[in-house]
Design a protein around this ligand. Structure first.
Ligand code: NAD
Length: 261
């Protein structure tokens, strides 16, 4: 028995990183998964690796409403009614707030915030019609506390927590639970672009990153995408059946406070 037997779950940004691990874990737990992304080649390869009877890739730019409708159609055609969504897709831009071009600020909002909104808006009626289910939004450590040079990103991640709470209130009557994950630093191309080009990163740079995490994260290391996937599984499956509207921090203790020793 898998924890997600009989479920059909759409996961955005699933071509790599956390979304990929969520897709792999959910499929291993019995779900049929639909992977949406804008990285077509990578997304299709992950879906193929999971297996055609368990996974499909669909091009889904989360900021485009028409892409959402098409993705739902693909999911229903392939696997039947959809009962879960993981709003995982996201982008990060580093900039001092006062130096951030308006276009860049809007681009981050379009993907991270409008994308999550469209996901909830499009999928909630489907999940309700399937008899209920779950929506898991991906916020961040920066949705709960400040971090310099990621102003646009932090604004969207805080907004996702607002969306999560309101959606939980409005959708509970349709038997849809809505929660959010707040990861700290996770070892994916977003936080570690060196993963995309391992040859291009020096040993010194690698050591400096490891040293940084050792210093600021109580558990002394960066998180692994598989560890975020396990939280997504908890929030999608019945183990969290009485939980809705909440943010879940998964950050190795980073948010717990400051150590002075
Ligand atoms: P990642 O960059 O490896 O993965 C993000 C995925 O989203 C990519 O596959 C990318 O192609 C996809 N994507 C980007 N724009 C898209 C769009 N318009 N439509 C559809 N897909 C799109 O990074 P990740 O760490 O796996 O990020 C997953 C989520 O976790 C993001 O929401 C991110 O903000 C959040 N997060 C990451 C960290 C971290 O340290 N890595 C920390 C906290 C939160």
């Amino acid at each position: 028995m898998g924890k997600l037997d009989g479920r059909v779950v759409l996961i955005t940004g699933a071509a790599r990183g956390q979304g990929e691990q969520e897709a792999r874990l959910f499929a291993a737990e019995g779900a049929r998964v639909v992977l949406g992304d804008v990285l077509d080649e990578q997304g299709a390869a992950v879906a193929e690796d999971i297996g055609g009877d368990r996974a499909r890739y669909v091009r889904l730019d989360v900021s485009r409403e028409e892409d959402w409708a098409a993705a739902v159609a693909v999911a229903k055609e392939a696997f039947g009614p959809v009962s879960g969504l993981v709003n995982n897709a996201g982008i990060l831009r580093f900039n001092e707030l006062t130096a951030t071009p308006l276009e860049e600020f809007r681009q981050v909002i379009e993907v991270n915030q409008v994308g999550a909104f469209l996901g909830i808006k499009t999928l909630a009626p489907e999940i309700g019609a399937a008899g209920g289910g779950t929506i898991v939004n991906t916020s961040s450590y920066t949705g709960l506390t400040g971090m310099a040079y990621v102003g646009a990103y932090a604004a969207t991640k805080a907004a996702i927590l607002g969306l999560t709470r309101v959606a939980a209130l409005e959708l509970a009557a349709r038997n849809i639970r809505v929660n959010a994950m707040c990861p700290g630093a996770v070892d994916t191309p977003m936080a570690n672009p060196g993963l995309l080009d391992p040859a291009g990163i020096t040993d010194e740079a690698r050591d400096a990153m490891a040293e940084l995490y050792k210093r600021v994260v109580p558990l002394g290391r960066v998180g692994r995408p598989e560890e975020i996937a396990r939280l997504a599984l908890f929030l999608t499956g019945d183990d969290s059946s009485y939980i809705t509207g909440q943010p879940f921090v998964v950050d190795g203790g980073w948010m717990a406070g400051v150590s002075i020793l």
